[in-house]
Ligand binder design. Structure first.
Ligand SMILES: Cc1cc2nc3c(=O)[nH]c(=O)nc-3n(C[C@H](O)[C@H](O)[C@H](O)COP(=O)(O)O)c2cc1C
Length: 164
């Protein structure tokens, strides 16, 4: 898929129907994360790939707005070493993964990590060592119901040329 097509086609899916994502597709999605820009080339990323149904249920149940993780096919938890730009680096990797998923016909939803009170419980459950921040949880799978595309504010209302 062409890059701009993937950007336009990506949308959040929260109704998954199950089905296994092929291993090579998961690896392509993870690899896209690793190719994101990263401040000072720190590459602080660690990706926890969860496909175990019971673990997906438990993780989904720990979040406040990510209960649908219980029904997705895989969830990538994007962790970063606690560097100065961990959040930016983690977000860049997350978006790359969402676009790679779209490219491969896999639906996705970004679920909040950083700043959420459930981060500690999820990290404890997964045995994550101290010093790593959970930036996001990327739910992946195949759509049960088509999501309605979100309306975006018009471009001309957000672009300011040569000053505000
Ligand atoms: C930082 C961040 C946190 C988000 N957290 C959640 C979340 O916890 N649960 C959820 O269902 N969607 C979450 N989303 C997805 C947004 O709700 C979604 O991107 C937005 O409504 C626009 O819809 P679209 O992705 O279909 O374009 C999050 C997105 C971002 C960027």
């Amino acid at each position: 898929m062409e890059t701009l097509q993937a950007i336009a086609a990506r949308h959040s899916t929260r109704a998954f129907r199950g089905g296994e994502i092929p291993e090579e597709v998961l690896m392509k999605i993870l690899d896209a994360g690793r190719r994101a820009p990263t401040a000072r080339n720190e590459q602080p990323w660690e990706f926890v790939l969860v496909t175990d149904r019971e673990k997906l249920r438990r993780i989904g149940g720990m979040t406040d707005h990510g209960g649908f993780i219980a029904e997705c096919s895989a969830c990538i938890l994007v962790y970063c070493r606690d560097t100065k730009y961990y959040l930016e680096d983690g977000c860049a990797a997350t978006e790359n993964m969402l676009l790679a998923a779209t490219d491969r016909g896999v639906e996705s939803c970004w679920v909040a990590g950083d700043k959420k009170p459930y981060c500690a419980a999820i990290s404890g459950y997964l045995g994550v060592p101290a010093g790593y921040r959970l930036v996001s949880l990327v739910a992946l799978g195949y759509e049960r119901e088509s999501a309605r595309p979100k309306v975006r504010r018009p471009l001309e209302k957000m672009v300011h040329r040569n000053g505000w």
